[in-house]
Design a binder for this molecule. Structure first.
Ligand SMILES: [Zn+2]
Length: 657
């Protein structure tokens, strides 16, 4: 399907039309989102299905979890072709804040625990098959008292069934000679508090992972590579996660005949792996990795790895769109269908999660995705501009990228909850894919961009530097970022966060101005008295643009705006548009020059017949949108003769007196 055929007919596009084979009614991006929240969704489904017995349905927010996993040592013997596996696990854990009954361990339903013990206490086992996984609950005979630590020791074995999840397209694992795919919950288990499975605050842990496979099998796993030793027909591959990683972030084992390309110019050995013999996309991805990783390190500081960084091109057959973990970024080859530009941009998004969500985690990813998906989405847009569109006005570029996302959000109306969920706003794992996209990706990224225009790029940049440094390896949340922004910008941001982070509003602002000797005198009107800071654009008659940040107080604010030339127009930076509805005081004055005239009509006449046809939730993939919502006077997502007639009827309109 050629998605932007209609736009191409307009003939005004400089960039090539993008095509991809559609994914039904949602963009390919939603698949990525689904992987990034698959653990949440799995747990929610398991809770709903009673796999943990009766547990409270109340979302538990804020505080750190009672189950505090500290360190896991995994030794796995795996025949990746037959799926036969035997493994041992030593898991150090602590009871945090309350006593702890035990721990739930989730892996492939073909495996069974064969021995279990805990240091200093007796244990019992319960086992339920929750197809395609098995949930084994290890209970302490006497609960672990608050603050105390123990180590549990498990042996488990069997033949991996590698079944499919009923609720999604995902599989537990894929066995095979050429490529074996074993994500978390296959042979490396995930851990959950069986009494509080819906506890979602951050719990971090470290791991040692040792994988034994036949000597002729290649293997990579999550973590930094320690070594590979081949002896007696066996390969022993050791990996370490030596920094605190969220226990819900995926740990992967990939096996088979793996090809690899070294990413050049990296201080830390960085390698792209793929199923041998590889394809043309591998050299592209390896080449993109150089500017992508350079860009990210420039943004958030050096990556924390010393031994290795593993990049993976996943085959489409494993039905995993990709994700990031400790020292590992994975992306499905199915993203080739979005075209090279967006494929590269998606690669930037996934790799940015090495910071946003991994190295710099959120304290509770159920409460907000502002500082993970929001930052990753903003980062991908920034990357593409810097890499491919730096000769284009940055404000115009970013504003243009946000137009389809804004239309998506406007169409969804108020069904999208606030960025920072309150206790009554429901659980993000229950949102459908489109709504989740709008909540976790579009609204967050748009709010961050609006925020940096409001506080100024330099203050935002300084606050983000602080965030990347101070929140490294500890969980932070939007309020932490607010404090850092306030420090950097020397201003209070409660009003901003109240409007756009803990609530979901799009306030209206009207601009009126008169030209004078020194520039312009402008009045900004809004309906409430909460403060708001906006970047005002002063268009000059000679074509130059001057900008000034204006603090709006009360319902009406009049300011003198001095300029170095005669003023033609007074408007806002269009990057505010997603979250602020801005009008000229003169009806039909779309270019903010204080008159409703032929120029306003002309801009829209060029778009006559255009309609906004984006699938819900696909706005981020829409890189060439030329639809101008201002021309769509009646808001029906089409620019029709009726819209032009309405505009023409305002000709000669005067400012309301
Ligand atoms: Zn993401």
């Amino acid at each position: 399907m050629l998605r932007f055929g209609a736009a191409a007919l307009v003939g005004a596009l400089l960039t090539p039309a993008v095509s991809y084979a559609g994914d039904g009614h949602v963009g390919p991006w939603t698949g990525l989102a689904d992987r990034e929240r698959s653990v949440d969704q799995f747990l929610r489904q398991a809770i709903d299905d009673g796999a943990f017995g009766v547990v409270s349905s109340v979302r538990i927010a804020g505080r750190s979890p009672v189950l505090d996993c500290v360190h896991a040592t995994h030794v796995v013997r795996l025949d990746p072709v037959s799926g036969e596996a035997s493994a041992s696990l030593d898991l150090q854990l602590r009871a945090n804040g309350q006593e702890l009954d035990g721990v739930g361990i989730v892996f492939d339903e073909g495996l069974r625990v064969t021995a279990a013990s805990a240091d200093g206490r007796d244990v019992s086992l319960e086992d339920v098959s929750y197809s395609p996984t098995r949930i084994t609950t290890l209970r302490f005979a006497t609960p672990l008292p608050t603050g105390e630590t123990t180590v549990i020791h498990l042996a488990y074995e069997g033949t991996l069934a590698c079944g499919a999840f009923a609720a999604s397209a995902g599989v537990v694992c894929t066995k095979g000679e050429s490529f074996g795919y074993f994500p978390q919950q296959a042979v490396l288990p995930s851990f959950v508090d069986p009494r509080r499975p819906n506890e979602t605050a951050l719990d971090t842990m470290t791991r040692d992972i040792e994988i034994h496979v036949p000597a002729n099998v290649d293997v990579v796993a999550t973590g930094e590579h320690v070594d590979d030793i081949v002896r007696d027909g066996e390969r022993v591959s050791r990996w370490v996660i030596d920094q605190p990683l969220s226990r819900t972030v995926g740990t992967y084992v990939l096996t088979g005949r793996l090809g690899h390309v070294t990413v050049r110019d990296r201080q830390v050995p960085t390698t792209l792996f793929f199923p041998a013999p590889g394809s043309t996309v591998d050299s592209r991805m390896a080449a993109w990795s150089v500017p992508v990783l350079d860009f990210l390190e420039g943004l958030a500081g050096p990556l924390p790895y010393k031994q290795s960084l593993t990049l993976v091109r996943l085959p489409a057959t494993v039905r995993d769109p990709g994700t990031a973990s400790f020292g590992m970024t994975l992306l499905s080859e199915s993203y080739t269908r979005v075209g090279e530009l967006l494929h590269e941009e998606t690669w930037a998004h996934e790799n940015s999660h090495l910071y946003w969500g991994i190295t710099i985690p959120e304290s509770n990813s159920h409460d907000s995705r502002l500082m993970s998906e929001g930052l990753a989405t903003l980062t991908q847009l920034d990357y593409t501009w810097a890499r491919h569109f730096a000769n284009e006005d940055r404000d115009a570029y970013l504003a243009r990228r946000f137009v389809p996302m804004a239309l998506d959000l406007r169409n969804a109306g108020m069904v999208v909850p606030p960025i920072q969920l309150g206790l009554n706003d429901g659980d993000p794992s229950s949102m459908d894919s489109t709504r989740f996209m709008l909540w976790a990706y579009f609204r967050t990224a748009a709010t961050l961009d609006h925020l940096r225009v409001s506080v100024g790029e330099e203050s935002f940049r300084n606050a983000l530097d602080d965030y990347a440094r101070e929140c490294r390896w500890i969980g932070c949340d939007p309020r932490d970022f607010q404090r850092m922004l306030e420090r950097a910008a020397h201003t209070k941001l409660d009003a901003f966060f109240d409007r756009w982070v803990t609530a979901n509003t799009r306030p209206e602002v009207t601009i009126d101005f008169t030209r004078d000797e020194s520039g312009a005198s402008a009045t900004f009107t809004k309906t409430d008295s909460q403060p708001m800071t906006l970047e005002v654009w002063l268009g000059l008659e000679d074509g130059r643009r001057e900008t000034q940040r204006v603090d709006l107080q009360g319902t009406s604010t009049t300011v003198q705006l001095p300029t170095t030339g005669r003023v033609r127009s007074v408007s806002l930076n269009p990057r505010h548009d997603v979250l602020v509805e801005v009008h000229s005081a003169v009806r039909g004055d779309l270019d903010f020059d204080g008159e409703s005239d032929g120029l306003d009509l002309l801009a829209c006449t060029r778009l006559l017949g255009r309609k906004y046809a984006g699938e819900p939730g696909s706005g981020l993939w829409n890189i060439d949108e030329t639809f101008d919502p201002r021309c769509d006077r009646n808001g029906n997502l089409r620019i029709e003769q009726a819209d032009l007639d309405e505009l023409a009827s305002n000709f000669g309109s005067l400012k309301p007196q």
